[in-house]
Design a protein around this ligand. Structure first.
Ligand code: RM4
Ligand code: MN
Ligand code: MN
Length: 427
């Protein structure tokens, strides 16, 4: 099923055309002083983690629509993650969600993943939903709850995630909470943040020295009036208060429409606290659409900041790239494949920005040419570079066509016939 040999066989039908396009693009870029081969290497080195919750059907506030062949367990989810990896070759990392994907046998799961070329990167806790048999409810918050016993329960859940992560070989823990208020007056803003920080300090102490703790802000939802970790500034304050192992994580969908996310990214880089990303796209809010689907230029501009930090060797700059999407109308494997490709595209385009020229235009206040410099990179079709990079890494020249013709989902549907509906649902 999606064997290397099958991928090579499919590539054989397309190699000549891709080579021709790659040669033409290489010549075009050479005239600009850009080395296409160097960009292929950049594309091959790029990495983005796949969320364990992203291979099943997500869910909207209104419903969740399962699909034939949907994975029923974390083992089957990893099979689908392997399919994504085989096609694009840049997604060996997994973000694991607890308790949605709590492993019964962490050591066994680690070995199962390792045999597929997969490894665990970040653990994700869930104190935004109540679980069956859970003693205390999170209806009115978790880490920032007014009741110390609820806070304790939420802290302990996070400690458990870290323990599981240690056996899985993970290297970070990500905390997103749904805590907030739906009505003015419901929460004492400052006291709620104090309680949150107090809980986080307890979690922080349990984070191994070699790990990073990521905290993820979000301006609304499920709380509709105020949230406790509402924006990047509050996130920055908290990570500073916590210490060196704490970092801010930017989920692209967690900002109000029209917010300049690339500026937030630059600020967090400058202040030494950009820990990582949850990539997705949105039209309105936390829509969890496929990366690059709605605002590809914004994605490029974010990578323009990231590449700039990479090239200027900003100390401690090593953000973790993760996808966080909810797939409701597409095959999740196809969405994850497409999203990973869009991230590599934005990265490669950002790598080809003529930074020297841009710097000169910035000094001269030549706004028009500064924008043109960015646009030149953004409007260059780098698809042949991406395709060649995938092929050299053993992946597919045309991942979606290869996936579809492989019959992967139909074969899995036969195996996974008694599909149970997974609980989950994304908020
Ligand atoms: C939240 C947030 C978290 C994700 C959950 C499922 O909105 O983005 O990262 O784990 O959704
Ligand atoms: Mn997220
Ligand atoms: Mn989200």
């Amino acid at each position: 099923m999606l064997s290397d040999a099958y991928i090579q066989h499919e590539n054989g039908k397309r190699t000549a055309a891709v080579d021709e396009d790659f040669q033409a693009l290489s010549r075009q870029l050479a005239r600009r002083g850009v080395d296409a081969e160097a960009l292929v290497r950049k594309a091959m080195d790029f990495r983005v983690s796949v969320p364990s919750w992203g291979v099943g059907a997500g869910g909207t506030r209104f419903g969740r629509f399962g699909f034939p062949g949907e994975p029923r367990s974390i083992l089957e989810k990893l099979e689908d993650c392997e399919a994504v990896l085989k096609l694009v070759r840049v997604t060996p990392g997994i973000s694991l969600h607890i308790p949605w994907d709590r492993p019964e046998d962490p050591a066994g799961l680690r070995a199962f993943a390792g045999a597929k070329g997969l490894s665990f990167e970040s653990m994700n806790s869930n104190t935004f939903q109540d679980q069956p048999a859970q003693p205390l409810s999170y209806q009115f918050g978790s880490l920032s709850h007014t009741d110390a016993r609820v806070r304790r329960q939420a802290v302990e859940h996070n400690l458990e995630c870290i323990e599981i992560g240690k056996s899985l070989g993970a290297n970070s823990h990500t905390v997103w909470i749904g805590d907030g208020g739906n009505f003015p007056g419901q929460l004492h803003f400052r006291r709620a943040l104090d309680r949150y920080l107090d809980s986080l300090r307890q979690i922080y102490r349990a984070v191994p020295d070699t790990w990073r703790l990521f905290i993820e802000h979000k301006f609304y939802e499920p709380a509709f009036y105020s949230t406790v970790l509402n924006d990047w500034g509050t996130s920055y304050y908290c990570t500073r208060e916590l210490g060196d192992r704490a970092w801010s994580l930017v989920d692209l969908g967690h900002h109000a429409p029209n917010v300049n996310v690339e500026l937030i990214v630059a600020r967090l880089i400058q202040f030494g606290k950009l820990g990582g990303f949850h990539f997705n796209d949105s039209q309105y809010g936390d829509d969890d659409l496929d990366a690059g689907a709605i605002k590809p230029f914004q994605l490029f501009l974010i990578f323009q900041e990231l590449v700039d930090a990479e090239l200027t060797n900003v100390p401690g700059f090593a953000p973790a790239y993760m996808l966080d999407q909810s797939h409701n109308v597409t095959d999740p494997i196809e969405s994850l494949v497409t999203s990973a490709i869009e991230l590599v595209r934005a990265y490669v385009q950002a790598c080809m920005v003529d930074r020297e020229a841009l710097g000169v235009y910035q000094e001269q206040n030549d706004a028009l040419m500064a924008l043109q410099t960015l646009k030149q990179a953004f409007t260059t079709d780098v698809s042949p570079i991406l395709a060649v990079a995938r092929q050299r890494a053993g992946g597919a020249l045309d991942p979606i066509a290869t996936y579809r013709s492989s019959g992967y989902r139909a074969a899995r549907t036969a195996e996974r016939s008694s599909a149970v509906r997974l609980g989950a649902g994304i908020v």
